[in-house]
Design a protein around this ligand. Structure first.
Ligand SMILES: Cc1cc2nc3c(=O)[nH]c(=O)nc-3n(C[C@H](O)[C@H](O)[C@H](O)COP(=O)(O)OP(=O)(O)OC[C@H]3O[C@@H](n4cnc5c(N)ncnc54)[C@H](O)[C@@H]3O)c2cc1C
Length: 445
């Protein structure tokens, strides 16, 4: 079939089986979080027909992380988008210091890295996702559907051939040459595809609540981290308020709740004295959300016609703040490997295998690191009044100045950070200039 004979981008066909519409596309991405939105943009720039489905009607969400690390900022710079991103209101954090009972401890200093962006930004994730999808919308071969909750996978002879989703106006079918599950830690696609997953560490209970901010809460203090015995606290400055996560190992919540909201106020105030005075605002458990966070990783990240990336493939905990970096890196690797075969109809399962192969080791290393920190927190449990020892890496840095930059590097870039292929960037420019419309291209799986 010549490219002129192929159906046009994201074609909608006549209805059947009670569906409101049937649509065809080359790549259907489920979930517009950091992984899905970035991959959609990178594929759209390469001229691939992309349909991005997001369950929620907007990007405003409380339980989202807001950090953008140097890797992401440099990637956006390569795409010519870093300056535009920086025009969105944000806070820059150059150093991360953890408050421990034995005193402040510098975890890392991005100022020591050779980069144009020696900091991480804090900006509401909703703004970042709007930015990526608005940029993708400039390409005629990209389409975003909000309020589209995927409920079924379409399967023909063992090959995933698309999805069915519930939209605001009923059920819709999408026929896709490749389906990407980027639908986060509770991934529906993962469970529908029946992919086996390994549980890695005992779950963490995270209490998530807001505390008021004041004019004195200045920019450089926009991220606060406290370690105590068996617990930790992270606070992110969101201009109008502080978003606080108070974490401890699973099981502690019922006990804490039974002892009343005063106990929570006391515990947080002891661990993070800076917030003690603000805690009076919490008078009811309804002001506090309980999140249970459990790290896991898929054994296999793909099936013919289907690939999982981001938290859908490997659930990250908030520890270390590396989940978004990892999700974006998955998207970069996937775009590097998938762009050309998707355009030319030559995609095979080996391409999906290659993506897992590139991403699995970095993921394992960062998950292992999260587990080590979690174990340390667990070890100190029950010694609420004793100072907890600083994390292993922190102590090592103090002893060996030569590796002082390692934690900063790992937090900024992760492990083996992938670079965007030059060929991918070259295509981006060409497809935008000529305004090439994407085409759905049939694969031979
Ligand atoms: C409380 C908390 C704090 C965190 N803090 C940090 C931090 O500070 N820094 C950091 O780097 N990481 C942090 N993390 C981890 C980080 O949030 C994740 O690793 C990262 O968001 C993963 O990105 P993702 O795109 O894979 O998934 P997500 O961000 O979860 O996005 C998935 C998207 O898929 C959509 N979706 C879900 N189901 C469907 C469906 N059936 N159909 C269509 N769409 C669907 C969701 O609405 C969502 O928009 C934190 C995690 C938690 C829970």
């Amino acid at each position: 079939m010549s490219s002129e004979d192929q159906p046009a981008n994201n074609v909608t066909s006549p209805l059947r089986d009670g569906d409101t519409s049937i649509q065809e596309t080359t790549c259907c991405i489920v979930g517009a979080g950091p992984a899905g939105a970035m991959l959609a943009l990178l594929l759209a720039r390469q001229g691939v027909s992309v349909l991005l489905l997001e369950a929620h009607k907007d990007f405003e969400r409380e339980y989202r992380a807001d950090t953008l690390h140097p890797y992401i900022l440099e990637t956006l710079e390569e795409l010519g988008l870093a300056d535009a991103l920086h025009r969105i209101r944000h806070t820059k954090i150059r150093q991360m210091t953890a408050m421990t009972p034995t005193g402040p401890m510098l975890l890392y200093d991005f100022g020591r890295l050779k980069t144009r962006y020696p900091y991480f930004t804090i900006m509401p994730q909703a703004h970042f996702l709007e930015f990526l999808t608005t940029e993708a919308s400039r390409y005629p071969n990209f389409q975003l559907v909000m309020g589209a909750r995927v409920e079924h996978l379409i399967e023909h002879k063992g090959i995933i051939a698309g999805v069915r989703y519930r939209g605001t106006d009923g059920m819709h079918e999408v026929q896709a040459e490749l389906t990407i599950g980027a639908d986060g830690r509770f991934s529906r696609v993962r469970s529908l595809a029946q992919l086996a997953s390994l549980k890695l560490a005992p779950p963490i209970d995270l209490l998530w609540f807001k505390l008021p901010s004041e004019p004195g809460d200045d920019q450089e203090e926009g991220a606060q981290l406290y370690f105590g015995a068996g617990r930790f606290l992270v606070a992110l400055y969101r201009y109008a308020y502080w978003q606080v996560g108070y974490g401890f190992l699973k099981g502690g919540y019922q006990e804490l709740k039974a002892s009343g909201v005063d106990s929570l106020r006391l515990q947080v105030g002891t661990l993070a004295p800076r917030f003690a005075e603000k805690m009076h605002i919490l008078t009811d458990w309804k002001q506090v959300s309980l999140l249970s966070i459990e790290a896991s990783r898929l054994v296999r990240w793909y099936r013919p016609g289907l690939l999982l990336i981001g938290d859908a493939a490997h659930v990250m905990t908030p520890i270390g703040g590396v989940g978004i970096n990892l999700a974006v890196q998955d998207a970069v690797v996937a775009a590097n490997i998938l762009g050309e075969p998707l355009r030319h109809g030559s995609l095979q399962t080996r391409h999906l295998v290659a993506i897992q192969r590139q991403r699995e080791i970095p993921t394992r290393i960062l998950q292992w690191n999260q587990q080590m920190i979690q174990k340390r927190i667990q070890k100190n449990r029950g010694q609420a009044d004793q100072p907890s020892r600083p994390p292993f890496m922190g102590r090592l840095i103090r002893i060996l100045p030569l590796i002082r930059n390692l934690p900063a590097y790992l937090t900024a870039y992760g492990v083996f950070p992938p670079r965007m292929k030059a060929a991918t960037r070259a295509h981006c420019i060409a497809s935008r200039r000529r305004g090439v419309r994407g085409r759905t291209v049939p694969m031979r799986w």
